[in-house]
Structures are given as structure tokens and as C-alpha cells.
Design a binder for this molecule. Sequence first.
Ligand code: SF4
Ligand code: SF4
Length: 345
Amino acid sequence: MKQYLKDIVKCVKCGRCRTVCPSQNVLGWESSGPRGRMLMALGCTCDLEMSRGMIDGFLTCTTCHQCVSECPSGADPLEITRVVRRELIDMGHVAPHQIEIMNRVSGSGNSLGDESPRTSWLDIPVDAGSFDHIYFVGCLASYRQQETTAAIYSILRQFSVGLLEDEKCCGSPLYRLGLDTSELIEHNSYQIKKAGAHTVITECAGCYAMFRGQYEFNVVHLSEFLSDRLEQLPLKRLNITVSYHDPCHLGRFNKLYDAPRTVINHICTLEEMKYSREKAGCCGGGGGVRLGYPELSSMVAKDLAANIPQGMDYVVTACPLCIRNLSDIGIKTIDLAELVRMSMV
Ligand code: SF4
Ligand code: SF4
């Protein structure tokens, strides 16, 4: 933690990003915002004993990246919060939702704890051939969006994209909670090398950020892959108007803003939210907050909902957590992959 002292001290004297922090906006406490979290991290460097309230302060960060994007001096309270979460675990402070996600992934290989086969959506066995590109499907798409996943894969197969023989969770939900992901990274990396692939295509924002930050392969978002091939795709235009929600881990984390919009504009009419791209709101689902603090998570989603234009047929996004969190508060939210499926002829 001492190596982060310079950043921590910057934040403790500043606080400029407090107004953009979704958890602080809802909860109101300094300890639920970036500066407060850094003040508590300063305490960690002096072996201050952590109270329950302080631990909750670290665990209510949605990992939205707004503080990092807003910071004029390059501080990174988000990364420091993640490191503190890991240190708290090492000290024996493990929250029930951290145990739950750990058990789900270690028992089933996916973040849902679903014990059925991961590729049950596929009507043929996984082709064990060699591929330059593989489609890393992700947990939610494998188990909760199977029809859409099958449709998207039917497109990707035409471009010689393969699947992993034994895909497991990318590790993102664990990583953001400070949990160990080394075995998952090792397992998936071995599978990718075994498939002979140099590039991973993924659609889930969490998988995308995880592959970008923690794996050593080229990563392409599904929208980037499709937007380069739109004229070759069997898609028809739909007479609907949608708005696009930039998932934090795709947008602010990785500055991927244009490709999803290119795909949407090809299919239907897009109307932007009041705040979008770098300034997009957070859905409140990330960083384990949906699982550990559902009430806070839902209140953050409601703040985001105020940003959506009236009369949209759908809100489109590219993150399963955003879909679930926004759907739970009554917003018709679909995955970009689902929009593509709807437009397939
Ligand atoms: S992250 Fe930057 S803007 Fe936010 S409190 Fe720290 S120094 Fe200030
Ligand atoms: S990442 Fe988001 S929720 Fe976490 S401290 Fe920064 S602004 Fe707040």
C-alpha cells in the first residue's frame, strides 16, 4: 500500500471527483466516495484497524472509473480501492458476497454457479481446430442469453472464428472484488493458445476490460469486429429508436465509444442520452455492488435512468450487469448482440 502513498495524499487534499462518484451521490457519506476511500487507505498504511463501516466504504465502489477520468493529476482511487479489497481479504475481512462469488466460480467455472454445460446453446460439438480468432462468450451470454449467443456465433463462424474447448469465467467479477484470478487466467490462456488464436473477440464489457488488463492477447470487441464487416452481414434495418448506455468497463475504462454506435446506426435510429461516452452514468451493478449492496445498486441505476431520453423502444448496452440492473428497475434494456440478432434476416 505504501507505494500508492503519493496518489493517496493527492486525493486526501483534493476531493474534486466526489460529485461524480455514484456511490457517494446516493449514500452521501465521505467514506463512500473516492477521497474518503483514500483517507481510509492512508489509515491502512498506518495499520489502522478497519471497522465494519470502513470495510463497507471500500466495498461500495462500483468500479465505474469516473474518479479516474475526472482526475486532473492522474490519481487512481479505483485501483487503490481494489488493492485494499485484496489486503482486507488477506487480513480475514471477507464479506459474504465475496465468498459467494468465489464459491460459484470455483464450483462451476462461471459467475452464476450454473452447473449445466457452458456450451449447451451450441447444437454441434466445439470444433477443436486451429483459429486466428476465438469468440470468448462470457458467463452471462453462455447461460442467460443462449439464443442470442447462438445467433451471433452463427455469424462469427462465417468468418472462421472459433470457440474455446473449455472456456471458464474470465475472472472479472473476482478481480474487481480483490479476489485471486490467477488460476482462471492460466486456464483460459492455455485454452486460447491451444486453439492457436492470437485475438480474442468478446462482447461483455467486463470480459473485455479483463482481457485488456490482465491477459496477454489481442482483444477486439464484438462491435469492432462487426462494424468492420457490416456490408457482409445479413442484417435488415429495424423501425425502432434506441438509446445506448456506455458500460463503464468498455467506455471510460477502454475508450471504446464509436464501434457500438456504428453497429446501432446501421440497424436503427440512435438517440443519445443526456450524458454519454466519458460522462456516461454508472448502472450501479459493478464491483460486486449488485450482489453485496442491492439497494445501493438499484438507487444508482435510478440515477442513471433519469438520463435516458423519453420514448425509446430500448436501451441498448454491452454489459450483462447493466442489462440486469436497468431491467430490474423497469427499463427495457437489451444487449447489442440481441439487437443484432433482431435485425438478422
Ligand atoms: S482522484 Fe484526483 S480528483 Fe479525485 S480526489 Fe483524488 S486527486 Fe482529487
Ligand atoms: S470508481 Fe466510481 S464508485 Fe469507485 S470511487 Fe471512483 S467514482 Fe466512486
